[in-house]
Design a protein around this ligand. Structure first.
Ligand SMILES: [Zn+2]
Length: 367
């Protein structure tokens, strides 16, 4: 099985011509729709890239075929890898060069349409780690996010899942504000179990602050004062708060995934994931949350699932997705009643457990 992992790297804005990147994106879009357009003022080597990837548009991690015209298709690029011992892999004329001897990445002629224009950025630790794990970075992509230039690197590795031990790790994904719950099962009994929750107050405070500032900015804008010093300052502040908010959520997701994957590897466990996104969505709808916050929580729940699966695959951890109910009795199948502080009780057989632990009993039952 081929496992893939991707990383986004912010490119220096002052060294990139956004207009040129937009043009490359437009040409990629055309090429993906089977139009062969060759422009005269751009080197053939760069344009070859766009057409060379046409047959693989659906196969790259970030490269989905554009569903509509003017979709912002990222530009796929080949890479050349130069290793410590001087050996090379890939296309010598590739626009992206990963130079492990100098620990840099060089982008040739993709950031600006100027002959021999090169942007050099430091090699992220992430790349070195993936290569150490026998990964290879065959592709890169360049694109824009909120008009800021980014490079995406895609690491690829062929991996066979290991034969699991007598351990099973169960991951139950709830709506993000209830976090996730994990349980470690050994020979059919729960030996450890823990619900994990992000620090919601911090997140909600940042979210509320960004909403308040945005309202204030909206007011200034209606008065035509958004371009004043006060308006610009406010805009920068909004961006800063949002960045902090996303960084906090992202950081939490990454750390949690990292810990769970380590846990699985340590015990050579089989992993069962209940990723009921639909149920999470409904659970979130029932709560008194603003729609913005709900969207944010849901987005990060999805992100958690995606990242967890990508990393399990990367490390060859065998897993399956399985529905594990938390409102049905795992002993007799009767509907469970929820008591205070998320405790579930069966009025038929007397089963009682915290709501987040019920899926673990279900996992044992279906094993
Ligand atoms: Zn029961």
């Amino acid at each position: 099985m081929t496992a893939r992992r991707a990383i986004l790297i912010e490119l220096p804005k002052d060294r990139c011509d956004i207009g040129h990147i937009k043009r490359l994106i437009a040409l990629t879009n055309l090429s993906y729709r089977d139009y062969e357009v060759w422009v005269t003022d751009m080197p053939r080597t760069i344009q070859n890239q766009l057409h060379g990837f046409r047959d693989f548009k659906g196969s790259l991690v970030l490269g989905t075929a554009p569903k509509r015209w003017f979709a912002k298709t990222w530009v796929p690029l080949k890479t050349l890898r130069i290793y410590q011992d001087g050996s090379m892999k890939g296309d010598k004329g590739a626009p992206v060069v990963l130079d492990f001897r100098r620990s840099v990445i060089r982008l040739r002629q993709v950031c600006k349409n100027e002959p021999r224009y090169v942007v050099t950025i430091p090699m992220p630790e992430w790349v070195v780690e993936r290569v150490k794990e026998s990964g290879d970075i065959k592709f890169a992509m360049i694109g824009l996010r909120d008009d800021e230039p980014y490079l995406a690197l895609v690491a690829e590795r062929v991996v066979e899942p290991y034969l699991p031990s007598n351990y099973v790790l169960v991951v139950d994904v709830n709506a993000w504000n209830n976090g996730i719950a994990w349980g470690l099962i050994k020979d059919g009994s729960i030996i450890r179990w823990k619900p994990e929750r992000p620090k919601l107050s911090e997140i909600e405070n940042l979210y509320n602050l960004s909403v308040r500032l945005s309202k204030k900015y909206g007011k200034l804008k209606r008065l035509g004062l958004d371009k004043t010093e006060e308006g610009m300052k406010l805009r920068r502040e909004i961006r800063r708060v949002r960045r902090k908010l996303y960084a906090k959520l992202r950081d939490y997701v990454q750390k949690l995934v990292y810990r769970l994957v380590r846990k699985a590897l340590k015990h050579r466990a089989f992993v069962i994931i209940d990723d009921m996104i639909e149920e999470s969505r409904r659970e979130l709808l029932e709560m008194k949350l603003s729609s913005g916050l709900r969207k944010l929580y849901l987005a990060y729940t999805r992100r958690f699932n995606k990242l967890l699966i990508a990393q399990l695959e990367w490390y060859g951890v065998p897993y399956k997705l399985k529905r594990l109910p938390s409102t049905v009795c795992p002993v007799c199948g009767h509907e469970l009643t929820q008591e205070d502080s998320r405790v579930m009780v069966c009025t038929n057989c007397g089963f009682k457990a915290p709501r987040d632990k019920v899926p673990m009993y279900w996992a044992i039952r279906i094993l």
